[in-house]
Design a protein around this ligand. Structure first.
Ligand SMILES: Nc1nc2c(ncn2[C@@H]2O[C@H](COP(=O)(O)OP(=O)(O)OP(=O)(O)O)[C@@H](O)[C@H]2O)c(=O)[nH]1
Ligand SMILES: [Mg+2]
Length: 206
């Protein structure tokens, strides 16, 4: 099987994200805790350079706990803030605001010195399709404001969500990248449901 899925809506979404990134302080990147490297889109590093960065290792409930801890340490070493999470559960959400504030503390301090009060932190929530971006936003917001679903490509366009006076989130469509250099990456992405079933040989995949 050859894995490739880069439909026009992803090109369009990426272009929109390149435009919107100008307004953003923090990039919140969701990865799948089962395949933390393969589920990172290289284009997001390019997009998020010069921004504060938080990695959410999502679907941690489906991953090996010890391995998730090791991967968290790996990303922290690289300079990312990291939280592992089950986005469906509201329990981990309290600590997210603390980490968002911690990640953006330079900006908050800079605003304070300039006499700018109460300017919210703006975060763009990004990641590959079906990784749980919209689910995370709903749990974090404490209400269903973003559409979610058990298949890739549910979120079609961007959507701003005002959480409270200190944080605003931008939900984005999941995007992949034009070519998987390593086809085993494509295979893993297919297995976690980030490539649409219609173009896969699901029998062979199973
Ligand atoms: N087990 C488990 N399932 C999750 C978790 N987070 C999300 N899901 C499920 O994963 C599926 C995809 O969630 P979405 O929030 O729609 O994913 P998305 O990243 O917004 O997807 P697109 O909009 O298609 O890019 C849904 O069926 C969620 O219930 C998690 O932490 N653990
Ligand atoms: Mg979505």
């Amino acid at each position: 099987m050859n894995f490739q899925w880069y439909p026009g809506h992803m090109t369009k979404a990426k272009r929109q994200m390149q435009e919107d990134i100008k307004l953003i302080d923090l990039v919140i990147e969701l990865v799948d805790a089962r395949i933390p490297l393969s589920s990172r889109n290289p284009d997001i590093d390019e997009l998020g350079k010069n921004k504060y960065r938080l990695i959410l290792m999502n679907k941690a409930d489906l991953a090996d706990r010890e391995r998730t801890r090791e991967w968290s340490a790996f990303f922290k070493e690289k300079g990312f803030f990291v939280v592992s999470l089950d986005a469906r559960s509201k329990s981990g959400m309290k600590s997210i605001t603390d980490i968002v504030m911690e990640a953006c503390k330079e900006k908050i301090e800079r605003d304070r010195k300039r006499g700018i009060k109460n300017r919210p932190v703006r975060a763009m929530v990004v990641g590959i399709p079906n990784v749980g971006k919209s689910t995370f936003i709903n749990s974090y917001a404490g209400k269903a404001c973003a559409k979610t679903g058990n298949k890739p490509g549910v979120t079609k366009g961007k959507q701003w969500i005002r959480l409270n006076k200190s944080v605003e989130l931008l939900d984005t469509p999941g995007i992949l990248w034009p070519k998987f250099e390593d086809q085993s990456v494509g295979l893993r992405l297919a297995l976690i449901g980030s490539i649409k079933d219609e173009i896969l040989n699901v029998d062979e995949l199973a």
